[in-house]
Ligand binder design. Structure first.
Ligand code: GUN
Length: 294
């Protein structure tokens, strides 16, 4: 079997088109959805993410600004900015780009964001709501994974989803989303992690495999059953002398090997990545709508 590619760029574009329609409808009612991104320091990956977010917002008509602070900013300064944004009625969504410099406590900052403006879905109130099946804002990457599955014709309903990785950003929330007794979910979910004794024995049981381990080649061909649907969340830079930049991006899955056995697979880049920003746009529009309904 040679896997069909799940095209994240195409599905993300579809969602961005839907969001643009919702933005236009809100604007017709006098509401302009607004997102503020807070960027502390100049971590190169973060600078690229933030630039892409700004561009995507502009394309769908969301007003966006970026508040930039030096890498030396204190925790109090960051918290002060979050407080001001919480109080600003023109700001519907607040996103503090992670990672933060080490002198700033990430949890303290995330907990300070108003849950109504938490378009990342990282605030404990939103994490709790997600777990009980009443999510306002689902974290963007896991929500994007659910959309990739649904829109590629791989509804998780009744299937065994195995997740590799237990991070708060991907592994735990994607498991929480897909286990809900809700449309587009209702899966049997197993989470593997660094404490798992025989990971291959578990990944081989997967109908759908979500790999977010942060390590290349976590999943190889002998670890999957024929026909599995594979979502590769990894983004790893590996050296490649044949490239002008000297590196290339690979996921957490051995694409060459696994794509020979899988029925569907996401590429890296062009799979999960574009979905994260699309879902951020969707969450921002939802925040603006909820604020208007208040
Ligand atoms: N850094 C890497 N991914 C993310 C994300 O989804 N949200 C935020 N705020 N920071 C990130």
């Amino acid at each position: 079997m040679t896997a069909k590619i799940i095209d994240g760029n195409k599905i993300a574009q579809q969602i961005r088109g839907e969001v643009a329609g919702e933005v236009a409808a809100l604007k017709a009612k006098g509401i302009e959805p607004g997102l503020v991104v807070v960027l502390v320091g100049e971590d190169p990956a973060s600078v690229v993410y933030v630039r892409n977010k700004e561009k995507a917002c502009q394309e769908v008509g969301i007003k966006t600004t970026t508040t930039r602070l030096p890498a030396t900013a204190s925790e109090a300064e960051v918290l002060q900015i979050v407080k001001k944004l919480n109080e600003d009625p023109h700001v519907h969504g607040i996103l503090v780009q992670l990672p933060l410099p080490k002198q700033v406590d990430e949890n303290k900052v995330l907990n300070a964001i108003s849950p109504r403006k938490d378009v990342d879905g990282f605030h404990p109130v939103n994490v709790g709501k997600l777990l009980v099946g009443e999510a306002d804002f689902m974290p963007c990457t896991p929500a994007g994974i659910q959309q990739l599955l649904i829109r590629s014709g791989n509804d998780p309903n009744g299937r065994h989803v195995v997740v590799c990785g237990r991070s708060n950003i991907v592994g735990k929330p994607v498991a929480a989303i897909l286990v809900q007794k809700q449309p587009g979910a209702n899966a049997t979910v197993t989470i593997c992690h660094t404490g798992t004794k025989d990971m291959a024995a578990i990944t081989r049981l997967a109908d759908i495999l979500v790999v977010a381990s942060g390590r290349p080649n976590t999943v190889t061909a002998e670890m999957v059953k024929p026909g599995v649907v594979v979502i590769d969340v990894g983004v790893n830079r590996i050296e490649d002398a044949s490239k002008k930049s000297g590196f290339r991006l690979v996921g957490d899955v051995d694409f060459e090997g696994v794509s020979q056995k899988a029925s569907y697979i996401t590429p890296v880049p062009g799979g999960v990545g574009p979905m994260t920003i699309a879902m951020l746009l969707a969450n921002t529009v939802k925040a603006a709508r909820l604020a208007a309904e208040k």
